[in-house]
Design a protein around this ligand. Structure first.
Ligand SMILES: *[C@@H]1O[C@H](CO)[C@@H](O)[C@H](O)[C@H]1NC(C)=O
Length: 374
């Protein structure tokens, strides 16, 4: 509904502006210069069909992109949603505004690449990438950063973006620094096998290594997105295993790196935590350790906080956190996160409850055990 309202208002505004122009014209005789002004009016008009078109295809962006591409001989053009350039070419993008932020393939950051140059000028931000390579393929976007004092936020109505393919016949897949990548399959979210291509017209297929077979896309649950890779919308444990992508574009086919798909069976939620003391009845002077353990998803970090009897008196203790991945059968991986608190030379004041709070992005769990003097 809203884009329509916008459009109607714009049309109304345009209509009123015209009526205004018409009546003003009627009040006085035509002057020689007036014919020169008229075409300016005409130039404004074509913006409306353009806007209409945009709204019918992309209802999320209410405003026009602030991005322009600098072409040869100082010409400018609005970049399309995707651009195809040959690797080796340079590109210059500009975004209107006095405080422009950029995002670009993270690869360029990782290597602190001297080929990328970003500058803020008075009225626009500028991004120049020279000697491009297939690895630079990806999303380039900009936005206006609004600041009040130290408080800054993105102006959602002043943005622009384009996805650039840097085509290279020798590199049909966007190269990555790894030979091998792990993709975690969670039952509750899409999994992406990130074999992206550099030539949009390349034909890409997904293959299982063992048994060797092509994995067919079905257009709904398994799809290929040129800007992301193969996507399993609802991964199941049947999808696990080693896979690779194959691309073909007028020449010998090429093969991507291998991806190991691991199915994550642990239910998502607050950490599943257990606590265990080396002993619950100890002699004075003994050393005691209490272990708090969380089994969880491989890519979910866990933070531990301890509460213990000697805490207020600032009794010295040692706390050590660690984690590792363990393999629980073919393709099933669990992250085991641990925190150990060590009480040396146990005394009366140390007797009581030891509480471990384990926290992940989905919540927290509290477990406790008591240690008493024998
Ligand atoms: C780009 O390539 C040219 C020619 O190979 C080279 O002279 C120049 O140093 C390169 N520029 C950067 C920033 O890498």
């Amino acid at each position: 509904m809203r884009p329509w309202l916008w459009l109607s208002l714009l049309l109304l505004h345009e209509a009123l502006r015209h009526v205004g122009g018409e009546s003003a014209k009627g009040k006085r005789p035509k002057e020689p210069g007036e014919n020169k002004i008229k075409p300016v009016n005409k130039k404004v008009k074509p913006k409306i069909p353009k806007l209409k078109e945009k709204e019918s295809t992309d209802s999320s962006s209410k405003s026009q992109s602030i991005m322009t591409q600098v072409m040869d001989k100082g010409r400018f053009q609005k970049p399309a949603a995707t651009l195809s350039l040959s690797a080796g070419q340079n590109i210059e993008l500009r975004c209107k505004g006095n405080n422009i932020r950029w995002s670009y393939p993270s690869y360029l950051d990782t290597f602190k690449d001297s080929r990328l140059n970003i500058k803020q000028l008075d009225r626009y931000g500028q991004l120049i990438l020279v000697n491009s390579t297939a690895a630079d393929t990806g999303e380039y976007s900009c936005w206006l950063q609004l600041c009040h004092g130290d408080n800054c936020k993105k102006d959602e109505s002043k943005t622009g973006s384009t996805y650039i393919f840097f085509t290279d016949k020798g590199e049909l897949f966007v190269p990555t620094p790894n030979y091998f990548e792990i993709v975690y399959l969670h039952p509750d979210k899409p999994a992406v096998i990130p074999c992206r291509i550099t030539i949009p017209s390349a034909k890409v297929t997904l293959h299982r290594e063992f048994p060797a077979e092509e994995i067919k896309t079905d257009g709904t649950n398994t799809i290929y997105d040129m800007k992301k890779g193969f996507i399993y919308q609802h991964p199941t444990s049947d999808n696990k295993g080693v896979v690779y992508c194959r691309a073909e574009s007028q020449g010998a086919p090429q093969i991507s790196i291998k991806y190991q798909l691991l199915y994550v069976e642990v239910p998502t939620g607050p950490p599943s935590t257990t606590i265990m003391a080396s002993s619950s009845k100890v002699e004075g002077g003994d050393n005691v350790n209490i272990l708090c353990t969380v089994l969880g998803e491989p890519d979910i970090e866990v933070k531990f906080v301890w509460m213990y009897p000697g805490q207020e008196s600032e009794r010295p203790v040692t706390i050590q956190d660690s984690w590792r991945l363990i393999n629980r059968g073919i393709g099933h991986t669990t992250r085991i996160s641990r925190s150990v608190i060590v009480i040396e030379d146990f005394e009366t004041n140390d007797a009581g409850s030891y509480v471990c709070v384990a926290q992940n992005s989905r919540g927290q769990t509290t477990v406790a055990t008591s240690v008493e003097l024998a």
